[in-house]
Design a protein. Structure first.
Lengths: 879, 336
């Protein structure tokens, strides 16, 4: 035997198991090899919590589960990993073992070792099918099910995955799987990153000769490609049976799998809707090798109280006390009342008059589209990916989906094509509704789901893009209003929406809102900002644009490219405001920057329209006070608010320009905790906010507090916070500690007057030898210096002894990155020193990297990486 | 927390300390610091040290009887004497740096000296790659760059191998010590800049840790006072203020009243050229320092700065003169 890195030799053993399988003659016994983490500790039973029974797939063996044996030992679980017969170091039986035989084999094995107590089955690849077959038939002691990259059902209408088709092709099958080790090698090469040499050697060791590999060949032949296959019945029995399994279930997935891709996960998730799911974004088929699934599994077992594991208490949130009024309720109320003929939504256009709907028209259109979706067979739980820019159609689609209980999936085109594609695929939509450009991408990238075009397309174009229907087709189905009448009102705690994060702070994550939580978001906006029926608002910032009809407010989308906020001009904003007599404006800082820049072109009428604005909200990114003050000149009558929030909680705190000035005075007057960051004001209605203090390594480990001057990760609990992340069970766990808090990933502190100050991202905290340094306050101080347009404060060097570096975007005269001149360096150092920070270097660059969507959030991780190259004497390249 | 200062120092009972190499800038500063602390200080070197209040013993570190005389009656030794150069015959470095240290240790052990602080160099662990927030690292004579680093590494290993509870030895490695009167770095930088022969290497952007001479001196004394905690260990000491090399050179030039360097040579080119110049110089048998060596080019073009947390905790010490204050003092020195 070769060296087996990661395996404790005491785990490995053999047992002779009498076979009851139909493929063997009576009285046959087979020698099984298996790993058992209790063998080495002087007892093979009575482990504290129960037993994980791990079943590998093809062509691996029990070695795949070594990390589970180690993690199980620490977590108090017995972990047994078998080598299936004809596989690994178990016997080569000479019989062709089909799926049904393999389930019987596993039962024989469990009987032979005399397993007692609760059992959690764990499976991978075709071992997932075998383990589910076992779980389905042995429910008495079944305590849980864990599945990794597997499949239980082959849709008869869909071809099996191409790599398997190839492996089964005549002339390829025998050579690829048995005569040569191609199938084995190709599977092992799927690891991301690639396997260590010793680990690859360990996986290959039991399969050295062609006869060793007969089991691999047979496994591939046993794939039920269609209903005529001998194993199809066994597969179908299990696939049907597990629908009634109620035990806790965890599915861990590597999405980069050419075989068991997201549609198979989706199929399993539909069969076991109570399952917890975690997709390891960068992992592939060998997810156990690519990601730490073992410790996630152990954490899950404890959290879900599987077996006799300790119970995790669920602390209640404030959110449960809030009464629930469905998000779309006001549309119907207003449509039925005297406001019926009043404009509800409007959409500005560069090529003609605005498109508008009254409340009555909106209600009718929502009902028509909802009925159309029902007529196509969609309803509660259907996921609908909406790739339509903000405007009338998007508004109608959103409220139609919510009405029938479909879950809307919204990802911003600002993610870029790849990011968007990853988000859409990961959300496994049943329906994609998009403008033509989005449908082209859907076709090109093979996004799953039925395609519906938002705009009318020619028949030829529909065929090319494989579009089933258009939005107008849905509307035309309105002859059947009864379809809606028998459509139940969605449950308050059912999923309503998946909103993707911007990706400016890591890979985009799907954020799940239930109907109750969406409704609470509307209530928070209503009570914080005083918006409601009678209000007219310009929706220049997407997330809030959804809420206009819910609030009962008339809303208008200005003429702009929403994927690029900076395309909003002052005149376009004024035209939109004028069209509906708006008194409220939502916009992002990037949009406002261009509004100010283009204000010289404003017509007198436009100026007048802006003069009627009484409330302007800047959201999505921090806005510099000078810009806010300049904007005030354009909307002299308006209160300027800068609410603080994120995709997971659109509103956390709020402040207006007067409040910002008062906070600055407070900082100057030495109010305890005032200063060092961006003041975002007081928590909004019904939101609780606190911090989890940082330790010297920059980790937020401290006891939750709201004491002034204590810097920590900002936590929020509110009825309108996300329900969870989509298919990111582990990420959700990490973001909800302790319950019921949501960890924002931002750091900040309170002052003595209860105002919250944001100091930056948790991941951007610098750990110098003298203590932790948060970036924002320091950057603000540097941006006050002459010649500095924008500043980033980053750390270089190992954590705990990082050197603090200022990288500044110069206002002029810097064509490539260089050390700042002596005067600027001295001024920057002196400014930092006043804050107790020593700067190791001051670098001047032509431009700092900022996010595409807001042009405001500095990519400090990239700046830090570049700076450490620049300051180590190696070639740094351009920033 | 109670400070663990050895009893005999706590009450400032005068002890007799031998400082070797006290004619150099750092040795002199150490001797002066000890004198100021009230200790009985002896200085051992070939030329008079000029340290007021100390007793000079003149002699060579390679002379067994002179060394024996010097250590007699001392309870502690701070050993700074060494051949510091970028060039020269390998055997010269071995004789002074390794054999000289061996002679001193033998004599000190024989004379009943209790504590020794061996002054080493971070270059003993520097293999030519950049050091970023690095720990001290083990002395590595095989991979050390050049004869100076190699022999200092051998001597450090030798010194620490002698350490026991009755003969306590610590190694302290100050990194790039500079200050008024420094002939190694400051004078050369100013002289070359004055003649327009001082380029920046790779734009001078690499971060470098340096040590102002007063800080190095107080750290060495702290290492001796805290020998309970430091014995058997190697510690790197610096100002803990890494700066881009260009800023350091500029600061020195401005203090010296000369134009700072304005031209830059790519780091890789300088390292290659340094190696060639170094070999040529050796072949020509020249006794003066070559204008560039591979070691110097590495020093001036790659980052080397250090994690100071362990050093400061063990020494219970903080630098008192910042880099900027150091430049002011340097400027005052040159204005005189």
């Amino acid at each position: 035997m070769v060296a087996l890195p990661g395996v404790d030799p005491s785990w490995s053993t053999y047992i002779d198991v009498p076979s009851t399988s139909g493929s063997d003659s009576p009285g046959t016994s087979h020698r099984w090899h298996y790993l058992d983490n209790r063998l080495g500790v002087g007892g093979d039973d009575d482990a504290a919590n129960g037993t994980l029974l791990c079943v590998h797939g093809n062509p691996t063996w029990s070695y795949l589960w070594r990390s589970y044996l180690a993690a199980g030992t620490a977590a108090g679980w017995r972990v047994i990993a078998v080598d299936q017969l004809d596989m690994g170091y178990s016997a080569r039986t000479g019989a062709f073992r089909r799926l049904a035989d393999r389930v019987t084999d596993l039962e024989d094995f469990v009987r032979a070792i005399g397993l007692r107590g609760s059992v959690v089955t764990v499976g991978h690849d075709w071992g997932g099918v075998v383990s589910l077959g076992y779980a389905n038939r042995n429910r008495e002691h079944l305590a849980g099910v864990i599945l990794t990259n597997t499949a239980i059902h082959q849709d008869p209408d869909r071809p099996i995955p191409a790599p398997l088709r190839l492996a089964l092709a005549p002339g390829v099958h025998g050579v690829g799987t048995r005569t040569t080790s191609t199938f084995l090698d190709v599977t092992l090469a799927l690891a991301r990153p690639s396997l260590d040499r010793d680990v690859r050697r360990a996986f290959r060791d039991p399969y050295r000769s062609a006869s060793d590999r007969q089991g691999i060949a047979n496994f591939v032949s046993d794939i039920p490609v269609d209903a005529s296959h001998p194993s199809y019945a066994a597969l179908t029995a299990t696939a049907t049976g597990i629908r009634s399994l109620r035990v806790p279930t965890l599915m861990m997935w590597g999405p980069h799998d050419p075989i068991f891709s997201d549609p198979y996960l989706e199929d399993l998730a539909r069969r076991m809707p109570h399952a917890d799911i975690h997709r390891f974004e960068h992992a592939g088929h060998l997810v156990q090798e690519d990601a730490d699934t073992a410790s996630t599994a152990m954490e899950w077992l404890a959290t879900r109280s599987v077996g006799d594991a300790a119970d995790a208490t669920d602390h209640g949130s404030l959110s449960e006390e809030v009464p629930y009024v469905p998000l779309g309720r006001r549309i119907d109320e207003l449509a039925a009342g005297p406001e019926g003929p009043v404009t509800a939504v409007a959409e500005m256009s560069s090529s003609g008059p605005p498109r508008t709907l009254t409340w009555r028209e909106l209600a009718d259109d929502v009902a028509a589209v909802a009925a159309g979706l029902r007529a196509l067979g969609h309803g509660p739980g259907t996921r609908v990916s909406l790739l339509v820019p903000p405007g009338v159609d998007l508004t109608v689609l959103i409220y139609a989906c919510l009405r029938i209980g479909a879950v809307i999936v919204v990802a911003d085109a600002g993610l870029g094509t790849r990011g968007l594609s990853r988000a859409v695929r990961g959300s496994a939509p049943d329906v994609v509704i998009g403008i033509e450009r989005a449908l082209v991408a859907a076709r090109a990238f093979g996004w799953p789901g039925r395609r519906i075009s938002a705009t009318p397309l020619s028949a030829a174009r529909r065929r090319v893009l494989r579009v089933d229907a258009s939005l107008n087709d849905l509307r035309a189905a309105t002859a059947l209003p009864d379809v809606l009448a028998d459509s139940p009102v969605p449950a308050a705690d059912a999923d309503a929406a998946i909103l993707f994060t911007s990706g400016s702070t890591g890979p985009a994550k799907g954020v799940v809102y239930t109907h109750r939580r969406l409704a609470a978001m509307r209530d928070a906006v209503e009570s914080t900002l005083g918006l409601g029926p009678g209000t007219a608002l310009v929706a220049g910032f997407a997330p809030f644009a959804l809420l206009g009809p819910a609030l009962g407010a008339t809303s208008v989308t200005p003429d702009m490219d929403v994927t690029a906020p900076r395309t909003l001009t002052a005149q376009a904003l004024a035209d939109a405001a004028d069209a509906i007599g708006a008194s409220v404006v939502f916009a992002s800082p990037a949009a406002l920057r261009n509004v100010r820049a283009s204000s010289g072109d404003l017509s007198a009428k436009g100026r007048e329209a802006l003069g009627r604005i009484s409330l302007l909200l800047s959201a999505g990114a921090p806005i510099p006070v000078p810009l806010l003050e300049a904007v005030q000149g354009l909307v002299p009558a308006a209160a300027l608010h800068t609410p603080y929030g994120m995709t997971e909680s659109l509103l956390v705190a709020d402040i207006d320009l007067d409040g910002i000035r008062a906070a600055a005075r407070g900082a100057a007057a030495g109010v305890d905790g005032a200063g060092n960051g961006v003041c975002v004001g007081h928590p909004v209605h019904r939101a609780r906010v606190a911090v989890s203090p940082l330790d010297s390594t920059g980790a937020a480990t401290g006891e939750v507090t709201a004491a002034p001057g204590v810097t920590g990760e900002i936590l929020v609990d509110a009825p309108h916070v996300k329900d969870r992340y989509f298919r990111l069970w582990k990420t959700q766990q990490d973001s909800a500690r302790p319950r019921p808090w949501h960890r924002t990933g931002d750091v900040g502190h309170f002052d003595a007057d209860g105002r919250l100050w944001v100091e930056g991202r948790l991941g951007h905290v610098i750990t110098a030898a003298s203590g932790i340094v948060t970036p924002v306050g320091l950057e603000q101080a540097l941006e006050l210096l002459d010649g500095v347009a924008l500043a980033a404060a980053v750390g270089v060097g190992p954590g705990g002894t990082q050197a603090v570096v200022a990288v500044v975007e110069a206002t002029a005269g810097v064509r490539r990155p260089q050390l700042a001149d002596a005067q600027l360096a001295a001024e920057a150092r002196s400014s930092a020193r006043e804050r107790g920070v020593e700067l190791a270097a001051v670098i001047a660059v032509p431009a700092l990297p900022v996010d595409i969507r807001h042009n405001a959030k500095i990519d400090r991780a990239r700046v830090a990486e570049w700076s450490s190259r620049f300051l180590s004497g190696t070639r740094a390249g351009s920033l | 927390m109670e400070q663990q200062i050895p009893l005999r120092y706590a009450g400032r009972i005068a002890v007799t300390v031998l400082v070797t190499g006290a004619s150099g800038m750092l040795g002199r500063a150490v001797a002066e610091q000890l004198v100021a602390d009230g200790d009985d200080v002896r200085c051992f070197q070939r030329r008079p040290s000029g340290v007021a209040g100390a007793h000079d013993i003149l002699g060579s570190i390679e002379d067994q009887s002179a060394v024996g005389t010097a250590v007699r009656g001392c309870s502690a030794v701070v050993h700074l004497a060494a051949k510091v150069s970028f060039t020269g015959a390998a055997s010269d470095f071995d004789r002074t740096n390794v054999e000289g240290t061996r002679l001193l240790l033998d004599a000190a052990q024989q004379a009943g000296v209790a504590d020794v602080v061996y002054i080493s160099s971070p270059s003993v662990a520097h293999t030519g790659t950049s050091l970023v927030g690095a720990p001290a690292g083990p002395a590595d004579p095989i991979r050390a760059r050049g004869d100076y680093a190699r022999t200092k590494a051998n001597a450090e290993l030798l010194a620490l191998s002698r350490s026991s509870s009755r003969f306590r030895v610590a190694a302290l490695r100050p990194h790039i010590v500079w200050g008024p009167g420094d002939t190694q770095l400051v004078e050369r930088v100013i002289d070359r800049a004055r003649h327009g022969r001082l380029p920046l290497l790779g734009g001078g952007t690499a971060l470098i840790d340096t040590t102002y001479v007063d800080n190095a001196a107080t750290a060495i004394v702290a290492c001796l006072r805290r020998i309970d905690a430091t014995q058997g260990q190697s510690l790197v000491v610096t100002n803990g203020e890494p700066r881009p090399i260009a800023e350091l050179l500029q600061g020195i030039c401005v203090a010296g009243g000369v134009e700072p360097p304005r031209w830059s040579v790519p780091g890789g080119l300088a390292r290659g050229a340094g190696a060639v110049i170094e070999r040529t110089w050796l072949r020509m048998g020249r006794a003066d320092e070559p204008p560039m060596t591979r070691f110097l080019a590495e020093q001036l073009s790659t980052a080397h700065w250090f994690d100071q947390r362990r050093t400061r905790a063990l020494l219970d010490w903080q630098p008192t003169v910042s880099i900027d204050e150091g430049f002011h003092r340097l400027a005052a020195h040159y204005r005189r």
